[in-house]
Design a binder for this molecule. Sequence first.
Ligand SMILES: [Zn+2]
Length: 371
Amino acid sequence: MPAITPDTIRDLAAFDSAGAPVTSCYLDVDGRRLRKHQDVEQELEALLREVRTQANGTASVHDDLKRIETYVRSGFDRSTTRGLVIFSCSARDLWKVIPLPVPVRSRVIINNVPAVGQLESVVQELDRFGVLLADRQRARMFVFELGELVDRSELLDELPRDYDTRGEKERGDVAPHVDALAQQHLRRAADAAFTMFQTQGFDHLCIGGPDATVGELESLLHPYLRDRLCGRIAVAPSASVDEIRRAAIVVAAQQERAAEAEMVSRLRDAVGSGHRGVAGLDDTLAALAEHRVEVLLVSDGYQASGWSCGPCGVLTAVGRRCKVCDGEMTEIGDIVEEAVDHAMAQSCKVEICIDNADLDVLGRIGALLRF
Ligand SMILES: [Zn+2]
């Protein structure tokens, strides 16, 4: 699976089609839902049927759809791919296939630019994530990216064997010694986690194991790792890698939802005070045109039609004369995707917010402004 970096997405967002339409195809190919290859072909066929009518008379889009269809029909490895993202602009030689280990929402978008919003959202959700599991003898450290295991390390420090079965009185004199060994083990576990952080790097760390152990382990972590702690995970240190992977995805999603909620709350305050914040499609597009956007916030799944100015590139909700340059504007099927792309090309941060009712109330789109 090729690594997707923020550069991959920014490069796509910066792609200049010089007016030619760009086809973006998101296809859910999850083998748990679509068992046979034929099911995938049907999923694609249903999608393409919808857009073929829009593509009426556009040779480049027609070629894009043909090429996407041929690619999907010829088959690809579905053991590791659950979502497929394809960007194509036949008129300008753009063809990029990005297989993802996680499912996507099936959709085909024909715009002036690659529709990178959903791809960005997936990458944000599943950025590098560390999981540290430990009890008094065992420690396991994992790093996941895009929901897949990237690296792991395991360590086992044996305690005196019958430690746990000995009576309180009997073990009286060995107990301090055993506690010291257990503490030494946790220190080694914390060191192993830091070594993994230095070699692999990750943005968040969650930690699991018996409460007493986890509490002590947290206090032994390097400050860099303590800063990245994002909660505890309810998985036994002996769990299977798949159990751990699934639990990590849940925590990563919670972490991302919390980050989104914080950003939306900043937006709400900014809009409320009338200082450095706009909400709603019109005002957000206007701020984007003036290059004032620092963070663009969009509700996941929000779509709206709008207009794009040929001569100056400005986006608006209402056309057809450009208010900036008086140029002729063209109608765009999904102005929201176009706005996400513009924002990324301007190096703004883009936050796609999932299930955030506060942002929905604000008009499903908004921006924190630089000035
Ligand atoms: Zn214009």
